[in-house]
Design a protein around this ligand. Sequence first.
Ligand SMILES: O=c1ccn([C@H]2C[C@H](O)[C@@H](CO)O2)c(=O)[nH]1
Ligand SMILES: [Zn+2]
Length: 137
Amino acid sequence: MSTPMPLPVVDPLMSAARQAREQAYAPYSKFQVGAAVRTRDGRTFTGCNVENAAYGLCNCAERTALFSAVAAGCRPGDFVQLAVIADTPGPVSPCGACRQVMAELCDGTMPVLLGNLAGAMEETTVGTLLPGSFRLP
Ligand SMILES: O=c1ccn([C@H]2C[C@H](O)[C@@H](CO)O2)c(=O)[nH]1
Ligand SMILES: [Zn+2]
């Protein structure tokens, strides 16, 4: 009998992030990133990185997705999962600014899927990505 072909792991939220990455505006770094966030009521918001000639204004894919959801009315407690993807050797690692924004809007226990174009995927949580996040007293 022949060996069965391994089936590629396809995660729907990661697929949405992969598609969103195609919209990245990254003329400076040429590094495209995509993100997708899922809400409790089943909606998906996507984002890509958007760069600027004033480099400090560059916005990451993760924040684009989360801010887009907030602009549509979502609030802390509404999010259930986030996926991020980039062309990295291993799963992409979100920057500190995005980790702080995740900590503001998402539960610490919320799963975050980190992936790359080759199909590597790692699951972590918001709390693991940023322990001791800043909060106003
Ligand atoms: O997790 C990350 C890391 C980087 N970037 C963007 C910011 C900038 O446009 C480019 C290079 O840092 O990648 C993201 O969108 N998400
Ligand atoms: Zn970031």
